[in-house]
Write a protein that binds this ligand. Structure first.
Ligand SMILES: NC(=O)c1ccc[n+]([C@@H]2O[C@H](COP(=O)([O-])OP(=O)(O)OC[C@H]3O[C@@H](n4cnc5c(N)ncnc54)[C@H](OP(=O)(O)O)[C@@H]3O)[C@@H](O)[C@H]2O)c1
Length: 333
């Protein structure tokens, strides 16, 4: 049995990780940390866990956590995570970081978008970007995994076949993205409270969302990305529009997508003419993709959905953990 710990277990991704890991046959959660709720049972913060896991939340004690754990998940805000990652790596523990701290390869780019100095730029070289479908072999041997952003995961999976097959005219990719409110985490901010989000719908980060540089880094081409806040708790839907570089039928485009993701357990291309909805992927590690084209036949219209807390965070983190710790990739998922 492998032992793992969750740093920042009171938040949305920490709670979701515990739910996934309770179903995992080869892993036991040994420590759960919180700075503000130390001393309370984890089920006091995540009531659905009552009777399923009795761990008490403790403030971080890296020496003890490292001694008892094969791997730690960091579910902390950016910048806090990088500092913690260094500590655990130095103590010989593998780290899966759910924050943005190690996703961008360039510290300068990180500092531009996150408006803080990178706390551990020297670790960027060794971090492996954890979009499992594209980095499987590197993830297997990694000590530090940068789990991708939720919008980024959904956008990259949805757009990548167009890019890899040279089907998108350069500069024409537009990603119209919508997320449920849990994407912002559990912290209290007025714009995310029920009264503001219920029966409301809005665009944000229009002049620059932090997931854009991550998406462009991985796609290797420029894109326009606009995020919207959906009045639901969980789920992301992105619509990717791209001018086609050559004439192609929607049937052939659909076949390209189906072939591209053939054999992938967690990416499902729907039948031709079908488009996904977020309910189908909530509480799961799946990404569903629908392939279409506008009636003029010059623009691909690809729709992708994930659960931001699933494939967009905790699910993918477990998928990556499985590779790092030597389990079958789909175990517990
Ligand atoms: N939500 C998503 O859909 C999603 C998806 C992908 C990635 N992520 C990323 O994953 C990370 C966690 O997100 P989340 O949604 O779970 O956030 P969250 O719900 O706000 O939870 C944050 C956690 O971090 C801890 N924390 C906050 N400030 C801290 C500090 N200064 N020092 C130590 N611990 C601190 C909190 O612990 P206390 O109990 O002490 O308050 C809490 O457990 C973030 O970096 C986020 O960007 C989130």
């Amino acid at each position: 049995m492998k032992k793992v710990s969750i740093i920042g277990a009171t938040g949305y991704t920490g709670g979701e990780l515990i739910r996934y890991l309770l179903r995992h046959p080869g892993v036991r959660v040994v420590h759960v940390s919180s700075e503000r709720s130390a001393g309370q049972k984890v089920s006091a913060l995540h009531p659905d866990l009552l009777g399923k896991i009795d761990l008490i939340l403790h403030k971080q004690d890296p020496d003890k956590i490292a001694k008892d754990s094969d791997l730690v998940f960091l579910c902390l805000p950016h910048a806090e995570s990088a500092t913690a990652a260094k500590r655990y790596l130095d103590l010989g523990v593998k780290v899966i970081d759910l924050s943005a701290d190690f996703r961008l390869k360039s510290a300068a780019l990180y500092e531009k978008w996150y408006k803080v100095r990178h706390p551990q730029p020297a670790l960027l070289k060794q971090a492996v970007y954890g979009l499992t479908e594209f980095y499987r072999s590197k993830i297997k041997g990694a000590k530090l995994i940068a789990n991708p952003g939720c919008y980024s995961t959904t956008s990259i999976l949805t757009a990548m076949p167009l890019v890899k097959k040279g089907l998108a005219k350069r500069g024409s990719i537009v990603i119209d993205a919508k997320s449920g409110v849990s994407g912002a985490g559990r912290k209290v901010e007025e714009k995310y409270i029920f009264g503001e989000t219920h029966e409301n719908f809005l665009a944000y980060g229009v002049s620059g969302h932090r997931h854009l540089p991550e998406i462009e880094q991985e796609l290797g081409v420029p894109a326009t990305f606009v995020a919207h806040l959906l009045p639901v708790f969980r789920g992301i839907l992105v619509t990717v529009y791209a001018k086609l570089s050559r004439k192609i039928s929607v049937k052939d485009l659909h076949k390209i997508y189906s072939d591209f993701y053939k054999g992938e357990r967690f990416v499902r291309v729907l039948d031709e003419g079908k488009f996904p909805d977020i309910r189908a992927v909530q509480h799961s590690n799946f990404c569903h993709i629908g392939v279409g084209m506008d009636p003029k036949g010059d623009t691909a219209v690809i729709v992708g959905v994930t659960d931001n807390l699933g494939k967009g965070a905790a699910g993918q983190a477990v998928q990556n953990m499985n590779l790092v710790l030597g389990f079958k990739e789909e175990t517990g998922l």
